[in-house]
Design a protein around this ligand. Structure first.
Ligand SMILES: CC(C)(COP(=O)(O)OP(=O)(O)OC[C@H]1O[C@@H](n2cnc3c(N)ncnc32)[C@H](O)[C@@H]1OP(=O)(O)O)[C@@H](O)C(=O)NCCC(=O)NCCSC(=O)C[C@](C)(O)C(=O)O
Length: 281
């Protein structure tokens, strides 16, 4: 493997890719069924907040898929040689809601590539800025951070987890099972094998079971916020995935008012922080 340092993938920074898509009703219908949320699915209805993840999915032919189920590396995304990919974080600012049936343009730009030494080994963080526009209007901007990690070491032990806050104003529980993970992978056309192929997740990537998608946990947190507050529209939503959640694990979706918004988090049954988020409205 080539040595990786801050300069290795520099030439990818500022590369852009533009795509256009009509926002079909189907993935919103699929998400509605998967999460049992009361959302409209007709022409002109609002795509629910965080529904941008249902669109512009990378439908590459099977022959161009990599071993992990994602499109082969290279091309628009830099060919990072660390094998294990995870969703690390997102920072989203909302303009106006997207609507089913509208034509949206998405511009993706490689915003940064950072190399860091983590407690779990070498980490390459890829930041992609996705800007969505429609009819000349700004709809949404998301800076998505993907992390690439080395193969698991035989003696690997997970780093000590951070504690979740203990001042929750509400607390809901959910156990994302493999059927929910399958349906979320299906509506986002995400073939990443860590979410459905348990032998691959265990034997190749070293996880104890299949992994819950970062965006699914963020969506569950947002839906819990809606159920427990009058918040419907957001100005910003940012999250950071701290500790993987595995299928069937019981997690707690919690939050508390904070400044002009809310602090949200998902924790496990031992009080460990799995995903932290903040929203402004
Ligand atoms: C990423 C891991 C391995 C690093 O864990 P670590 O212990 O090695 O890191 P650390 O030692 O705590 O931190 C090292 C540096 O990394 C930064 N850092 C540390 N974590 C993050 C983060 N999340 N986002 C942004 N930055 C982060 C941290 O701030 C620090 O920076 P510094 O040196 O400048 O101070 C660990 O945090 C972890 O396991 N997180 C959970 C990831 C996860 O479960 N993601 C969702 C499931 S994967 C998925 O959905 C996939 C999908 C959808 O299919 C798809 O491919 O797109």
């Amino acid at each position: 493997m080539t040595e990786i340092d801050e300069t290795t993938y520099r030439e990818w920074i500022d590369r852009t890719e533009v795509a256009r898509e009509r926002l079909d009703a189907w993935p919103v219908r699929g998400l509605k069924a998967a999460l049992e949320e009361d959302v409209g699915t007709g022409e002109g209805d609002e795509v629910p907040a965080l529904g941008q993840w249902l669109y512009f999915v990378p439908a590459v032919p099977r022959s161009r898929m990599g071993e992990d189920g994602h499109p082969q590396r290279g091309g628009f995304l830099p060919p990072v040689s660390l094998p294990r990919r995870m969703w690390a974080a997102s920072d989203i600012s909302f303009g106006r809601p997207m609507r089913i049936g509208e034509e949206v343009e998405k511009t993706a730009r490689i915003a940064d590539v950072l190399v860091k030494a983590g407690k779990t080994g070498l980490l390459v963080f890829l930041k992609i800025e996705n800007t969505y526009r429609s009819g000349g209007e700004h709809v949404l901007t998301e800076v998505q951070t993907i992390v690439y990690r080395d193969d698991p070491r035989p003696d690997e032990v997970p780093p000590p987890p951070k504690r979740a806050p203990e001042n929750a104003a509400w607390s809901e529980t959910v156990e994302p099972d493999t059927a929910l993970l399958f349906r979320y992978s299906a509506v986002t056309f995400n073939a990443h094998r860590i979410h459905y192929d348990a032998p691959y997740a265990r034997e190749v990537e070293g996880y104890p079971d299949v992994v819950v998608h970062g965006q699914l946990t963020a969506t569950l947190l947002f839906n819990a916020l809606r159920r427990n507050t009058s918040v419907r529209r957001l100005r910003t939503f940012g999250f950071r995935a701290m500790k993987p959640i595995f299928a069937g694990e019981r997690i707690f979706l919690e939050g508390v008012p904070s400044g002009d918004g809310y602090q949200l988090w998902a924790r496990d049954g031992d009080g460990n922080l799995c995903l932290s988020a903040s929203v402004e409205f």
